[in-house]
Design a protein around this ligand. Structure first.
Ligand SMILES: Cc1cc2nc3c(=O)[nH]c(=O)nc-3n(C[C@H](O)[C@H](O)[C@H](O)COP(=O)(O)O)c2cc1C
Length: 461
């Protein structure tokens, strides 16, 4: 494939034991894969063999399913998961080239600690790390971090903006060549190559420097997925990848155009920011076989599970008959505003029953489910890609490992046959392989005032 041809970027979204909340019940599922590193690694090695750009791990530091008691919760599959940076560090040791991107929240982390973890992952993986910057949406997560409720939307984004600046400031603590480790001279690093941050902002106070050499990518690849106004503004300012949950091509095209315009307005090159919606392919040898697979997956959803899953966005609908239409308007929410707005718009155009909605949400957490033969699904992906709706896709499996193996071994080769997917990894880092510009230290060569500490640094080990 000529390197000049625009190619699809492809990620594999490794949601716990599959994107379908009840996928663990599928007869072929490895129901324990969320705790099975070797099971994960086997899938990722296959993805790497097919030259998939990166694996992506969504995350939240909680069991994020609202529940009144353990009995109610006990029917859900999305309970357990590995801490993602730990998992990706281990994954980097058993892979060579595939990118390793995961979510970390700006609401429940400290910037110094997180800057250090992602820089470490970038070193350990030889420049394959990526950070999906989120502000969090769940009350359950808030309750694990000293709060009774979710922090207000605008405050979350205000903190996220400052948090990101602190993290990138810390990633610029050292010139790329600061660490000379000159044994003869007895000089470990060049003093002018160190840049103290001395950040004192509204939410964070961080002196620096980071206690780690600048990492191979400088800045790990940045992904972002907030779809609200403030979420889009943050993405336009900081992200290399915009991850989104679009289902309708026309809405996706609006989103794509809006994001690219916002990126340009932020003074950045729109071609350097990739819009990558999620998609869950359900593949059959024939259309009928694919539809039967989808029906089988839907039938795995227990009604109690379905109603609970949609309660965050749609309110408590347990008093309604599941075959009634969803009542509108949808309630106000402090959580994933963009998703609620999309649903409201969609249900006004095409009313759906409560059961239809919960089946759809259970299966893919609201992502686009694309059901058909390999050729039909590739047609949809190609059409969106060529028609200004996306720059690539985040592939999501309904259950593991079979759901993922289907698209890795059947769909991706078809995309490659069409000249849409890469046949080799090109470039030394994830950033380079994705065609993103390098991030040399903007402070390099500058002796910044802030390279002097304002106070004596205590020595400890
Ligand atoms: C496709 C998609 C993926 C997301 N992945 C995560 C995630 O892994 N963890 C998380 O806490 N939030 C995740 N979010 C939530 C957003 O990052 C954001 O914090 C949330 O949507 C609230 O912001 P918004 O109102 O701007 O959408 C995701 C959102 C979308 C649309």
């Amino acid at each position: 494939m000529p390197t000049t041809q625009r190619r699809m970027k492809i990620g594999i979204n490794m949601v716990q034991n599959g994107g379908h909340n009840s996928g663990w019940r599928h007869p072929d599922a490895n129901a324990g894969i969320a705790n099975d590193f070797k099971g994960y690694a086997k899938i990722i090695k296959q993805a790497e063999a097919q030259k998939i750009d990166f694996m992506f791990l969504a995350d939240g530091a909680a069991v994020r399913i609202p529940h009144k008691d353990a009995d109610e919760l006990s029917r859900h599959g999305h309970i357990d998961r590995f801490e993602p940076i730990t998992l990706l560090a281990a994954m980097s040791a058993v892979t060579e080239s595939i990118g390793l991107i995961c979510t970390a929240s700006t609401t429940y982390n400290e910037p110094y600690a997180l800057a250090r973890k992602f820089a470490s992952l970038d070193h350990i993986s030889d420049g394959r790390a990526g950070w999906n910057v989120v502000t969090g949406w769940s009350e359950e997560e808030a309750m694990n971090f000293g709060r009774d409720t979710l922090m207000e939307h605008s405050e979350r984004y205000e903190r996220a903006n400052e948090f990101f600046d602190v993290v990138t400031g810390l990633w610029n603590s050292w010139d790329d060549d600061a660490f000379v480790r000159d044994k003869d001279e007895g000089r470990y690093f060049r003093p002018e190559g160190m840049h103290l941050l001395n950040h004192k902002g509204k939410h964070y106070q961080v002196r620096g420097p980071l206690n780690l050499e600048r990492s191979p990518q400088g800045y790990p690849v940045i992904a972002q997925a907030g779809g609200s106004g403030p979420g889009r503004e943050l993405g336009a300012r900081i992200a290399d990848i915009i991850y989104t949950g679009q289902k309708d091509k026309e809405i996706a095209k609006e989103f794509y155009a809006d994001m690219k315009a916002r990126v340009a307005a932020a003074g950045r090159d729109p071609a350097q920011v990739m819009i990558m919606p999620g998609i869950m392919p359900i593949i059959g040898a024939t259309e009928e076989e694919a539809q039967a697979k989808l029906d089988e997956l839907k039938a795995l959803v227990h009604p109690e599970v379905g109603l609970q899953l949609i309660s965050k966005m749609f309110g408590d609908l347990s008093a309604y008959d599941p075959d009634e239409l969803v009542p509108l308007p949808l309630p106000e929410s402090n959580g994933v505003k963009s998703a609620i707005e999309q649903w409201e718009r969609r249900l006004r155009e095409t009313p759906m029953t409560i059961r239809q909605v919960y089946e759809e949400i259970s299966i893919s957490s609201g992502h686009n489910v694309c059901c058909g033969t390999v050729e039909q699904i590739a047609d949809v992906m190609q059409d969106w890609f060529e028609d200004g709706a996306c720059d690539g896709w985040n592939l999501m499996a309904p259950y593991m490992p079979g759901g993922a193996e289907d698209f890795i071994n059947l769909l991706v080769p078809e995309l490659r046959r069409r000249g849409l997917a890469q046949s080799e990894y090109e470039g030394g880092t994830l950033r380079a392989r994705l065609g993103l510009e390098a991030k040399p230290n903007p402070l390099a060569g500058r002796v910044s005032e802030s390279s002097e500490s304002e106070e004596a640094i205590a020595v400890s080990h």
